[in-house]
Design a protein around this ligand. Structure first.
Ligand SMILES: [Zn+2]
Length: 164
């Protein structure tokens, strides 16, 4: 048998595809042919390497673990970006709050503390729920008097202000 044919048999022998007759032919040739013996060793080492690679192929569990690790890292990345964003966002929101406060302070109308005494009395008179009717009647008269006094005083003050 020629070495070429034996090589084919050799290759098929690794897959256990040889008939008994072919096996015997191969064995007998290998015993006598050093070249084919060397070839067989070569193939064996190659196959050994291939099998090692197959063995070290990542199994599903390993793959899952890797994938979960990747997912975790992605989550971490998202979380850190959110954190970074919030860190950057906090000063911005603080600034906005300060700005809003300043706007409110600057543009709000002056508070009612500056109501004059007579104005306060007028407001009290306009509130019907404040007092019972009888008291209200009494107070009205009193308040009217008070109002007159206060307006008179204010007028006096105004006059003094303008003509000291
Ligand atoms: Zn040979």
């Amino acid at each position: 048998m020629k070495c070429k044919k034996i090589e084919k048999l050799l290759l098929r022998s690794f897959d256990d595809l040889l008939k008994d007759e072919e096996k015997e032919n191969l064995e007998s040739h290998l015993r006598s042919c050093l070249l084919c013996q060397a070839k067989r060793k070569e193939y064996e080492t190659i196959l050994g390497l291939l099998r090692k690679e197959e063995d070290s192929e990542p199994n599903p569990y390993f793959l899952e673990r890797i994938q979960t690790k990747i997912k975790e890292r992605e989550k971490d990345a998202v979380w850190t970006s959110v954190k970074q964003w919030s860190i950057r966002a906090v000063p911005i929101s603080l600034l906005l709050v300060l700005l809003l406060a300043m706007v409110i302070i600057l543009f709000s109308p002056p508070k009612s503390q500056e109501l004059s005494q007579s104005e306060v009395l007028l407001l009290r008179n306009l509130n019907p729920l404040q007092e019972t009717t009888t008291l209200l009647e009494e107070e009205k008269v009193e308040n009217k008097n008070m109002m007159l006094i206060f307006t008179a005083m204010e007028e006096k003050n105004d006059i003094r202000r303008y003509f000291p």
